[in-house]
Design a binder for this molecule. Structure first.
Ligand SMILES: Nc1ncnc2c1ncn2[C@@H]1O[C@H](COP(=O)(O)OP(=O)(O)OP(=O)(O)O)[C@@H](O)[C@H]1O
Ligand SMILES: N[C@@H](CCO)C(=O)O
Length: 320
């Protein structure tokens, strides 16, 4: 019997202007997946879920429906076909769900990335993280019907990750500037990614597209040159934010509070309802967090929120 624990942290997709093509990881919170290898298969499938904590009973226990176990099944198929490793035993999976569901914090991707590094370790590390990330991305299809990579890729690889192409997958990791800090405000409501995607426009005008790709290019340049002012000016989303803001009570009040408190920029984290902001020091990011929390509690709905202040995580999914 061998036991391994994988950890992967929350991630923030889109980063304002990079809808489905840009995301980054923060250092905490994150999901933990504990895998225990048994010699004998105890089920038809080689993976079974023995416990899930922290989800209030909301997540599927069927191994084909939970992202954590689904990606391990895909990984085992892959190493059998491509690496000549035919695993005949059984894997018991325990999921410690520390990330809130439908939060915009990449909850489903964190479970998948944590499970994959643990499974890879159990099997003697036959795959690189660049190989594993493909399964994590497929896990997103199980979670919300779309295999977007802007949570799964940074959950696995850390840093900022730019998805240059989906077909074939071409991922570019971008290390963060040294003094960039993220404030993440998670209001206590849920917004399902599938629904938040359904409100988006199917087509956009050339004017909107021009504005958006100008900002994506400038944001990448700002990250690579540690130009904090440019990073701030580029955090503009002309496509998703205007459509999703009405789904998040108090979105503009919280965004304005963050900017007034000195944030470089602020937008929706992934598909929401969480909201993120960047600052150029830890102290500034903490002040921004207080302002965001206060603003959520001041709106008509008086929303409670959790605040995290974090640098960008450079490590990605890991064994703990
Ligand atoms: N291990 C898992 N963790 C979280 N959600 C899972 C997991 N496995 C399956 N799901 C399914 O994914 C859905 C949650 O997905 P959703 O994409 O809305 O949340 P999220 O991962 O927090 O999203 P976001 O990318 O916006 O942060 C739920 O329907 C849930 O059943
Ligand atoms: N890019 C995805 C991220 C989901 O967290 C979306 O905006 O729908």
């Amino acid at each position: 019997m061998k036991t391994v624990t994988g950890f992967a942290s929350a991630t923030i997709g889109n980063v304002a202007c990079g809808f489905d093509v840009l995301g980054f990881a923060i250092t905490e919170p994150g999901d933990e997946v504990i895998l225990t290898q048994r010699e004998k298969r105890t089920d038809l499938l080689p993976v079974s879920i023995t416990s899930i904590t922290g989800d209030g009973g909301a997540l599927p226990r069927d191994p084909k429906k939970n992202t954590s176990s689904f990606v391990v099944l895909k990984f085992l198929e892959y190493i059998r076909t491509n690496k000549g490793i035919d695993f005949e035993g059984h894997i018991e999976l325990q999921l410690k769900k520390n990330l809130p569901l439908s939060s915009g914090m990449g909850s489903s991707a964190a479970s998948a990335a944590a499970a994959l590094v643990a499974a890879n370790e159990l099997m003697g590390n036959p795959c690189s993280k660049m190989e594993l990330v493909h399964f994590a991305i497929e896990g997103e299809r199980v979670a919300c019907g779309s295999a977007h990579a802007d949570n799964a890729a940074p959950a696995m690889l850390g840093n900022f990750v730019l998805i240059r192409s989906y077909n074939p997958i071409d991922l570019i990791t971008i290390p963060p500037p040294d003094n960039l800090f993220c404030t993440l405000a998670h209001p206590h409501i849920e917004l399902r990614t599938a629904y938040a995607r359904s409100v988006l426009p199917r087509t956009i005008s050339l004017k909107t597209a021009t504005e958006q790709w100008g900002n994506v290019g400038a944001l990448i340049s700002g990250l690579l040159t540690s130009d904090y002012e440019l990073i701030g000016r580029s955090l503009v989303d002309a496509i998703a934010e205007p459509k999703r803001a009405p789904l998040i009570p108090g979105f503009y009040s919280v965004k304005n509070a963050a900017l007034e408190a000195g944030a470089l920029g602020c937008s929706i984290a992934g598909s929401g309802p969480s909201i993120f902001a960047f600052s150029s020091s830890y102290e500034a990011a903490c002040e921004v967090g207080e302002a965001m929390k206060q603003a959520f509690s001041n709106i008509r709905e008086k929303l409670q929120s959790d605040i995290w202040v974090s640098p960008v995580c450079k490590e990605g999914a890991k064994i703990i």
